[in-house]
Design a protein. Structure first.
Length: 364
């Protein structure tokens, strides 16, 4: 008989590829899966092999949203029975935790980031303390939990002695994709940013670096809080013919866009410990696509870059520094070729087919 697994996430169900990979693996392990999320504007509806539930909410931001989401989630779960609950990130944890205690249902927690130390919380002392208090209450009481990087796991273990595991957000080696012919709106070499358009992603310094580089344009794929701000920044800098926003693209198509680029950028800025300890999935996407990487000097990111020699790490985020690093790389074709070869080797070991096996410890 199949075990019933209830999965909760506040991110976009359609684009949260980590959650999808976890669910797909557990389907193979004979779980019956139901994933619960919310309706988001401009979402891309994709077909899944498991049941998805999207609820419309009166509030979509700040405290009122999180309160509404968790109250409604608790009420929904109160009348249901599952064999296990998987809570993704701290904002889903209150309802999941109390229901797991009330109904004696095993709970697994996946921390996609160091939630209480995120860049959007820096300088907002009251809000940040609220999330820290939630971590202080819940995390020592959860028996099974894992996160995306060793630095985050070490941080939580030092604080809570909770032995959090690590399951990195790595692509499939054999990624499903469409065979559509992909073109960029430029004939120049391209550097790619793909991911959420939120503060601290190093996009503005990269835009400014373009003025020091000939024959290189920036492709931006994604959406987020600062999308309009970035578009206005491009206009202010008169870079409309050098920076191209392609919007939200489905995962199946994204793979081909990534391979089309010349370079990939992972210029997350050190805005709080969450970013300093982050290990973005786009880093691994670039490796699998075979495009050398320009990266900021954050511990987890630089460890991967240096261990596998798949890109260069810059010491600061000055536009001149970024431009110089890129130009030096373009001037060294031998180094570029070596990086591409290293990426092929790295993608054989940095793949979800290997990483997913760690889930067996949490779901048995």
């Amino acid at each position: 008989m199949k075990k019933k697994l209830f999965v909760v996430v506040t991110n976009d169900i359609s684009t949260d590829y980590r959650v999808h990979k976890v669910c797909s693996y557990l389907l193979q392990k004979n779980y019956q899966i139901e994933i619960y999320g919310r309706v988001l504007p401009n979402t891309i509806f994709v077909k899944r092999d498991y049941k998805t539930i999207r609820k419309k909410h009166f509030f979509n931001h700040n405290f009122m949203f999180y309160a509404e989401f968790n109250i409604r989630l608790f009420c929904y779960l109160f009348f249901k029975k599952y064999d296990c609950i998987l809570a993704n990130d701290l904002d889903t944890l209150p309802a999941c935790f109390f229901i797991s205690k009330l109904k004696k249902t095993p709970l697994v927690y996946d921390s996609h980031e160091l939630f209480s130390e995120g860049p959007e919380l820096q300088g907002r002392k009251f809000v940040q303390n609220f999330w820290r208090k939630l971590e202080d209450f819940f995390l020592p009481r959860i028996k099974k939990s894992y996160t995306v990087s060793q630095s985050i796991a070490d941080f939580y273990h030092k604080k809570y002695q909770n032995n959090m595991g690590v399951i990195r957000n790595i692509p499939l080696k054999n990624e499903p994709n469409t065979s559509a012919d992909i073109t960029f709106p430029t004939n120049h070499k391209t550097i790619l940013y793909q991911g959420v358009l939120n503060p601290g992603r190093g996009i503005k310094p990269m835009i400014e670096a373009l003025k020091y580089l000939d024959n290189l344009d920036l492709i931006i794929i994604g959406y987020g809080k600062v999308e309009d701000e970035l578009k206005q920044f491009v206009i202010d800098k008169k870079m409309q013919d050098r920076v191209f926003f392609l919007g939200r693209i489905s995962r199946e198509k994204l793979v081909n866009y990534t391979k089309k680029a010349t370079l990939g950028m992972v210029l997350e800025e050190p805005l709080g410990l969450s970013f300093q300890y982050s290990l973005p999935n786009k880093l691994f996407d670039y490796i699998h696509a075979g495009i050398p990487i320009i990266a900021g000097n954050l511990i987890e990111i630089s460890n991967i870059i240096n261990e596998y020699n798949v890109g260069i790490v810059i010491e600061n985020y000055m536009p001149e520094t970024i431009a110089t690093a890129i130009q030096e790389l373009f001037n060294n074709e031998r180094k570029l070729s070596e990086m591409r070869q290293n990426q092929q080797k790295a993608s054989e070991v940095l793949c979800w087919e290997i990483e997913q096996q760690k889930l067996d410890f949490y779901f048995n």
